[in-house]
Design a binder for this molecule. Sequence first.
Ligand SMILES: Cc1cc2nc3c(=O)[nH]c(=O)nc-3n(C[C@H](O)[C@H](O)[C@H](O)COP(=O)(O)OP(=O)(O)OC[C@H]3O[C@@H](n4cnc5c(N)ncnc54)[C@H](O)[C@@H]3O)c2cc1C
Length: 296
Amino acid sequence: MADAHPGLPEFDYIRPASLADASKFLADHAGEARPFMGGTDVFVRMRDGIWKDRYLVDVKHLDGTSDLRFDPKLGLTIGAGVPMNTLIASPEVQEHYPLLAQAAKTVAAYQLRNRATVVGNICNASPAGDTIGACLVYEGIMIVYGPSGRREEPLRTFFKGPGQTVLSPGDIALAIRLPIPPAGHAGRYLKLGRNRLSDLAIVGVTALGYPDPETASGFRFRLALAAVAPTPLVPDEAEKILAEGPLDKATIAKAAEAAMNASSPIDDVRGSARYRRLMVRNLTRQAVDLVVAELS
Ligand SMILES: Cc1cc2nc3c(=O)[nH]c(=O)nc-3n(C[C@H](O)[C@H](O)[C@H](O)COP(=O)(O)OP(=O)(O)OC[C@H]3O[C@@H](n4cnc5c(N)ncnc54)[C@H](O)[C@@H]3O)c2cc1C
């Protein structure tokens, strides 16, 4: 029988002196070089023989990647190399982006969060990534350095499929920027896993709500679903139903049903597609209920 963990293969560790060098190296070695931050996905996949890169390019010491900055006008900039524990402990994250701290706390265990980064979680593009939903509902924008210089990529259009993003060889994610959240917002991340520690989500539901006098219900909601589609999923129809209101049990149940219908999960070791769909409905209802209770 094939060994599920054949062990780390030989590879060269590359530590470029500048972003330009890093980008050039990655572009010149497309298909055999990979950037990494915490390495908590990269080294596991290399060990398991899934990825076979010849070069691992350490990009976490490069320009601005270790910054965590809050600006009352621009919002929060999370450098790609900022470990999740640093983020969780930040008073500014706790005050202005509590949903992100809440979601990051559900990732594995404390030790892993000392290495794992939010940008790595996003670039890994697993549909089950726990911090992606919070970054989506906070309307995150990825700052990328590539062969043609710097550019911004909205998270909403960042994911192309499981493990696939808009990034091309030579692109390095520098930071994720989260704008100032809407006034009076409340949020919840509900994660269903097989145990309370160290497991990927069977289903994850992120809900953020805030007062909005322009909607019929008086509130607007942003939702994101994890582990129930090839990419992290925004259930637009459910958001629309909640905006149209009235914000009562029947409307919330209808929105939860719409979230379930938007999902297209698969069967895997963590749960069946049918179970996942039903859990999308139940967790969406619960998450929205909790947010509504906090907003009232
Ligand atoms: C035991 C264990 C438990 C886990 N539990 C969870 C969990 O509960 N929830 C969860 O969501 N995840 C979990 N994970 C997965 C992993 O820890 C997260 O996805 C983590 O956030 C990845 O961050 P990292 O910095 O380690 O990424 P890395 O491993 O460094 O990189 C991940 C991917 O992103 C790319 N990448 C990294 N940095 C950049 C960059 N700057 N520019 C472009 N591409 C880049 C890499 O090439 C790679 O494809 C677990 C992993 C392990 C080993």
